[in-house]
Design a protein around this ligand. Sequence first.
Ligand SMILES: [Ca+2]
Length: 480
Amino acid sequence: MPRALAVAIVVLALLLAIPHADTQAQDEVEVKTRWVAYINPTDGDDYAYGVCVFGDYIAVVGWVSELPLYVSRPYVALLRKSDGGVAREWIGSERGAFYNCISIGGKLYAVGYTGIGTSNYGVIYVFDENLNVLARVTGERNSGYSSPAYDGKALYVGGWTFEDVNGDRIPEFVWLVEKRALDGGLRLVNSKKIYFNPLQEAWISDIGVDPSTGRIWAVGLYNRFNSLIVIFDSDLRELKRIGYPEGSEGHLGELYGIAFDGRQHAYIVGQYGVAKFTVDGELVAINRGVRAIKIVYGYGHLYTFGVEEIGGYQRHVLHIHDTNLNLAKRYVLSENVSARSSFLVGRPALEGNNIYVAGFDRALGDARVVVYSLSIEGAMATTVTGTEGVTTTETATTVATVATVTTTTTVTETTTVTEIVTITMSVLTTVTTTTTTPVYITVPTTITVSDGALTQLIVAGLASIGVVLAIALLLLRRRK
Ligand SMILES: [Ca+2]
């Protein structure tokens, strides 16, 4: 063999062995459908909005129709995570709807509205895992709740209310955020109304707790077409109000949903695209090339869900974006359904590398609920024995990790997983997170412990081992 060729082969072999940039590993993220569940609770129209992880189940909330008058009734289904089979269902006896849910401490909180007489009231139902109603709490007259959030201490709900603000006897739309204690009666701790002139067609579509600051973000619209974002502290003091009227740089029409990466960024999906913000509310990037209504963050990527007209039918579509909002991949989820498929507002859920999302289709004529379980492949958790005596189970993309840690070994959890499932450290034995209250893990580790109490663990430097993680991922792949 000529020497030059031998050298070339060696060099090539070395190049192949050297992992490329970790961004390349990120680009290889793929999504596969684990299962699709079709549920048709009634012969009328049945609609799903949000989903949340609830113990061994995926909770799906929405409303169903009671024929012949199509009276809407709030609806919950619990689906087995393993195969999407319906374990339990609940249909309210009253008029109303649920828009989103959250699970905290083994209880399911579903929010929406309920009709009492001719008026609507925001409502929070609390269920156990058998869907027994543990509590039902209503808000003020003429209100509705669209979205709940939890910061590890209190429950926050966002929505709207109608109030005659200007005294013309015609009620205006007003943004409404409430903070409630997690006691049996969900005691109202504080509430905040946001008046943003003109007060026509205004509501909050989604709220969320930014894990890196603990601030509450509310997104929605005002004056029919304009985007509105308000950032609160945990006492609901307004920190920032960001309104984008038509024609302004951040205008995306109605804002539908919000997600956080735990690394000081918020991502918002609206009628005309997606936008990225710093935790202080500075617009970083905007992409108006995507039409979506739902958003979730995981493993260094954003996943947005929308609909597109394909082959004569409106179909469910998933877009994967990098954190600069560039579109990396697109999947048609309802390819096999020859009927109109659509999504409504309401959150998807992420647990481990599984995304759960719900919509509806008209394959049977009347609307039925459709739930997807999707797995993120290529960003699978990988184990790396790193420096500083730290063993970390993390993703290749070093997303922020979330956990609450006790003084000794175990980490407690509260609700749904936003990110990493397991973190193992030399100082701790097992840290299992299923929480939305995030914790930043950095290396070398600093652990603050208060006696017996659950302590948030804030460490720094994970990013520095990102390369190591990427190498490990690539090596793992090569072994397959
Ligand atoms: Ca139906």
